[in-house]
Design a protein around this ligand. Sequence first.
Ligand code: PGA
Length: 253
Amino acid sequence: MRKVILAGNWKMHKTVKESIDFLNCVEGEVKREPLMILFPPFTSLYEVGKHIGNNAFIRFGAQNMHFEKRGAYTGEICAEMIIETGAKYVLIGHSERRHIFNENDSFINKKVLSALDSGLIPVLCVGETLNERQALKTDEVIRHQLFEGLKNVKDTEFIVAYEPVWAIGTGINATPVQASEVHKLIRDYLDEIFMNGKGERTTILYGGSVKVENIEELSKEAEIDGVLVGGASLDCTSFVEIWRILGAVKGIV
Ligand code: PGA
């Protein structure tokens, strides 16, 4: 079933202490839905897990993982290590992983399969670059990323995040209409891949320069189930405000 979700991707920000300070701040406010999912850096996962415990409204996940179960992969961590911290989610194929660390779709597909096999819920990130959008290739790129990223995936729970590369960290968000159009497209492709109304059942988040100033407009789009926030997730006050507006617009009060 689709869920209203506010996800925060902290990227390479926040020490363990800063992560716990943030949790102490949000916990006082977030006592109902929408579900908040935080993606701290690896070093904070264990302490965040201990702190969050069984909180029903604040969950957390890892920003990345390796697809192998164990092995000589210096600097990497596997699904089992993530699960041990209490995390339930993992971001896969974030544009920074694709573009800075050269992850391709078949590599990303292995991670999605490994995450699902281990019991994590992957958040598969897809999105076109500015050049691709200007060349009218958005459909083609999204289709390819979904078909390759979800190869051999069974009809099980995963989340898709549409994050146009040109909107990430640039201050320029996709307009609600632009985001909505691509979310609709993603649902069509999911139907094509799974052939059983998967599109309608899948939670799709929008990400890219989401902030207090634009969350209301974005939330009004029925196609947008929630958002994945980078920069504006680092400050507790603005993140809680985004959470409050998202919930209000989606009718969760
Ligand atoms: P941003 O990042 O909100 O800072 O644009 C979004 C993301 O990378 O998930």
